[in-house]
Ligand binder design. Structure first.
Ligand code: 13P
Length: 251
């Protein structure tokens, strides 16, 4: 049985004060939930205050990106040890917005993933096809390429320590979520590719999240799919009540 994981990706939203207000309310709502993992991936500037509030709670802290070196002359970058220092357990890597606006490629995402594992961070590696690729019938080719290249050199022992997020680019921030069947089909394909690389017992343990226009109204049906183990939630995670409803999708 894979434990559901519901992660908020706040993207470039919320000041430290807004972070504080949100987390105080949120913890009050979710404090007794133990049967699923809950993660808040907040902006770098909010990590410190978030950690002070989340420490010892059932909600884990995540970052949205990191660089591959531990320290050095890399102006503007944040290292894996800095993320550990501030209390992060998770880090989102290779989000499609980073691929699109900051030209990140699978090879770089791969490097980051291996470094994150080395530092004891759980990487949430994002993959997914664009609308053009889907319309051209290339969805599965793209997913296969991304699985193979972003996960290169991942050892079998580490293969079930990462989290994969299937985020079809056309569903992100558009209000147009993938149908539960589309999510299942893609995520089952990803799990099969995983099984080819690492064997069935590893592939049956790795958690694959869906991301793209998740809302309280659509998440239950998406979660009912066999290969969907959780969600990576953008816009709808910015409001405490709405994210709480997503977290308790089946209650
Ligand atoms: P939305 O939920 O706003 O579509 O964003 C999804 C996403 O990019 C999560 O990483």
């Amino acid at each position: 049985m894979r434990k559901p994981l519901i992660a908020a990706n706040w993207k470039m939203y919320k000041t430290t004060r807004e972070t504080e207000e949100y987390i105080k309310k949120f913890l009050n709502l979710v404090k007794d939930i133990k049967d699923r993992d809950i993660v808040l991936c907040v902006p770098f500037t909010s990590l410190y205050i978030a950690e002070k509030l989340l420490n010892g709670s059932n909600v884990k802290l995540g970052a949205q990106n990191m660089y591959v070196e531990e320290k050095g002359a890399y102006t503007g970058e944040i290292s894996p040890s800095m993320l550990k220092d501030v209390g992060c357990s998770y880090v989102i890597l290779g989000h499609s917005e980073r691929r699109k606006y900051f030209y990140e490629k699978d090879e770089f995402v791969n490097k980051k993933m291996l470094v994150a594992l080395k530092f004891g961070l759980t990487p949430i590696v994002c993959i997914g096809e664009t609308l053009q690729e889907r319309e051209d019938g290339k969805t599965f080719d793209v997913l296969e390429y991304q699985v193979k290249n972003s996960l290169k050199n991942l050892s079998k022992e580490d293969a079930d320590k990462i989290v994969i997020a299937y985020e079809p680019v056309w569903a992100i921030g558009t209000g147009k979520n993938a149908t539960p069947q589309q999510a299942q089909q893609a995520q089952n394909f990803i799990r099969e590719k995983y099984a080819e690389l690492y064997g069935k017992d590893v592939s049956s343990k790795v958690r694959i999240l869906y991301g793209g226009s998740i809302k309280p109204e659509n998440f239950k049906e998406i979660m009912a799919q066999q290969d969907v183990d959780g969600g990576l939630v953008g816009g709808a995670s910015l409001d405490v009540e709405s994210f709480y409803k997503i977290v308790i999708y089946d209650k």
